[in-house]
Design a protein around this ligand. Structure first.
Ligand code: FAD
Length: 422
């Protein structure tokens, strides 16, 4: 699907600020509805902000004092960005009237509408928003558990893992091979592994020219593939090798101590191994019963209300959001739709219909960006892409266009984090 870049860009700029509601946002009932939000990432923090702005009494449950954002963390890995730029506090939300509950939510009593925290505290709600993000599934890939992740980092949750991978790359000798495994769909940030492969290839080309990165992929095709492949051919012909599923790319086990990844066809020795394992909804969602057998959470596409437990809305990476990718952009959009739906339902009103937007930027090198955008709406019980409304950057774009897209990416990150945490 291609659309003229500038038209699409203008459209994205217009609609990125908020989902498009078919009706005005609902008026609140006389009594202030009580919303409890579990998880202070892009989804949960945006939900808390949206609810506070709408006048609800909102409590945000989050164990960490500081949120560490994943978008742009691939740049941290290769030394292009300081980790400090990824960190965000919750004081801005507190200033807007959000009550902060520091801790982990452990249980829910759906009958009494009550959440329990690990410290024993309980919080009563009219509507609960659940946004715990993903868990790396340490039961899915033989040999890959939390201890193995200390030797072969995933760096798929930004924080110590990001810094560990950066350190390992910097310490690797020239001539060593970086091997990265990529899981089958669905997982957090579909184009993220390929952005990471690109930036690592760029780092190797500049700093360890006898090294390369091999990408072992459990998929045949991937997001923005034509754009990544174009960039790899132009920038890193000697520094990146992609092995798709049909060529034996699926990793079946790892030996982290030995530095070996085994695929259906081969064993590959890594100087630095990076394992992005299969994922599932965060443990809290699975513990309280809003996840199904797939490990993800089925939701109503209009309201994000759980299909399994009433009065609980699941947003962000944990939700099964149909055609919407698991991204920070999506999580923020879903948060706003879910909160307006929750407040309408709490007031006994029908939820407003909305269209949701996602734009995902990727960098193939500093100053070399491209993007994909989509618009989504409820159709036949799921979130489906609105035909003809999205677009992807063209193959063969000029250096100026790639530079502009890289700049848009930075602006997007500043805008979304500023709105949510500022
Ligand atoms: P998270 O952001 O993971 O937040 C979950 C929060 O819930 C955490 O703060 C956690 O502490 C908290 N939590 C978990 N359990 C509990 C509990 N029991 N009680 C209380 N709190 C709890 N997206 C983009 O849009 N653009 C990009 O360019 C982009 N780049 C990326 C690059 C990489 C390398 C990666 C890994 C991801 C990238 N993403 C990008 C994806 C994006 O980071 C995620 O989609 C987004 O963070 C999902 O938001 P979330 O709120 O669902 O989960």
């Amino acid at each position: 699907m291609t659309a003229p870049r500038i038209d699409r860009r203008r459209a994205s700029a217009l609609i990125a600020a908020a989902p498009l509601f078919g009706l005005a946002a609902p008026a609140l009932a006389q009594a202030r509805p009580r919303l409890v939000v579990v998880g202070g990432g892009f989804g949960g923090a945006s939900a808390a902000r949206t609810a506070a702005d709408a006048g609800a009494a909102v409590t945000l449950v989050e164990p960490n004092e500081t949120y560490v954002a994943c978008p742009f963390s691939n740049e941290v890995i290769v030394g292009l960005r300081p980790m400090e730029k990824q960190r965000f506090g919750y004081q801005g939300l507190a200033r807007r009237g959000v009550t902060l509950a520091r801790g982990s939510a452990t249980a829910v009593d759906p009958g009494r509408r009550r959440v329990t925290l690990d410290g024993g505290e309980t919080l009563d709600y009219d509507r609960l928003v659940v946004a715990p993000g993903v868990d790396l599934n340490f039961e899915a890939l033989p040999g890959y558990d939390e201890a193995a992740a200390e030797r072969m980092p995933h760096a798929w949750k930004a924080g110590p893992q990001t810094l560990l991978l950066a350190k390992m790359l910097a310490a690797m000798e020239d001539g060593g091979t970086v091997v990265m495994s990529v899981p089958a769909n669905p997982y957090r940030c579909p184009p993220g592994p390929y952005e990471r492969a690109s930036l690592i290839a760029g780092y190797l080309k500049a700093n360890k020219p006898r090294s390369k990165i091999i990408v072992l992929d459990a998929k045949e095709t991937f997001s923005k593939q034509s754009l990544f492949v174009e960039a790899w051919k132009a920038l890193y012909p000697a520094h990146i090798e992609h092995v798709p599923l049909s060529a034996g790319g699926r990793v079946t086990s790892v030996d982290a101590a030995g530095g070996v990844l085994t695929t259906e066809f081969d064993t590959v020795k890594a100087a630095v191994g990076v394992v992005i394992p299969p994922q599932r909804a965060g443990a809290f969602a699975r513990a309280i019963g809003v996840a199904d057998k797939s490990g993800w959470c089925p939701i109503d596409p209009l309201t994000f209300e759980s299909r399994l437990i009433p009065n609980i809305h699941v947003i962000g990476d944990a939700a099964i959001a149909g055609a919407m990718p698991k991204s920070a952009f999506s999580a923020d959009q879903q948060a706003r739709v879910a909160v307006h739906a929750a407040l309408a339902l709490a007031a006994g009103k029908p939820p407003p219909a909305a269209k949701l937007v996602n734009t995902c930027y990727s960098l193939a090198a500093p100053g070399y960006g491209f993007s994909i955008a989509g618009v989504y709406a409820a159709r036949d019980g799921a979130l489906a892409e609105v035909a003809g409304a999205g677009g992807i950057s063209p193959v063969g774009a000029s250096a100026e266009t790639h530079a502009a897209e890289a700049a848009y990416a930075e602006r997007w990150f500043d805008a979304i984090t500023g709105r949510i945490f500022g």
